[in-house]
Design a protein. Sequence first.
Length: 352
Amino acid sequence: MPSSRDEITGPLTEVSQAAWQVLSANVPNDLRWHVLLLTLVIASFIWFIRDGHGAKNAAGREAKAGYLAFLLPRAIYTHESARVDVGLWVLERCLRPFWVVGLLATVGPFAERQIIYLLQTVFGDGPGLEVNYAWMLAYSLVILLCYDFVFYVIHITMHKVPFLWAIHKVHHSAEVLTPLTRYREHVLAGPIWAAGAGLSYGTAGAVFAYLMASDMVQATLFNVGFFALLFGFNGSFRHYHVQFRYPRWLEFWLQSPAMHHTHHSYLHKHWDTNLAAVTSIFDRLFGTLYIPGKDEYTPWGIGPDTQNQYRSLWQNTIGPFRDWYYLAKDGVSPQSGAVVDQSSIDGSADLS
Ligand SMILES: [Zn+2]
Ligand SMILES: [Zn+2]
């Protein structure tokens, strides 16, 4: 049982030290080989059981392909959009060390300290529960839901607020999806996502540090590692052109990678859908869940009206500043044109 209020430090405060080491050691190779290998194994399995079907071409349409063209289609990996992914990734990796550690070391521990203080003020000293596997599991679920909720809120805000959409549009200007598209973000977006991650881990960490007698550092390290793997896999596969679907009932609970194809489509019915990172819970709650039909057509990008303004690396780097200029001048930004799908070939269930 903690004897004094000053003694409790949240796990994120202690983990920020470890995070520094992890981050500084892993800056250049975030796409781990085992994540990519798993992606290729699952894609091979899909190719085999669907007899060559299940991948999408550069236009976002399902098409049968031979094995190698299925895994690594030339039209996608030589596309200008894929090259811009590389450029934006390099730029982001170079600038990342300047803000990631700073944010993780400040936002997370700050949130942790404030919430622990608030809980102590309102409820007095914590109950001093013993750490066991059940609590660790509960902690994992709370972190997951916290993270997913904060991710959802940041993401929908970025879609709906023109000032922020100007930044996030760079992610959506991808005309083809490759695992690297996951990192296709304007450099200004990185600190926003990192602050969100710090806030969610900090909040969950504070609640459990308050409840538990001993420290949760071990559990936190386990969680951070576990979620890094989960998000790493989910993040790279959902930006892969092969459709990895879950059974329909499961897609009402978890976002399958194929559901993110919809998020990148410029068709009107797909716009602003499937915004969470891992679960479907918040999309369901807020009416933005969209379960795509079999082989649903999802043309990627921001639409034919404005795509040519967000094509090159330079355009994607200065894009937000340019949009902000028009926002300040005319009060409106050059909107991306969502297109109403005339040639729908699906039987999708639009729940929004
Ligand atoms: Zn988005
Ligand atoms: Zn994406």
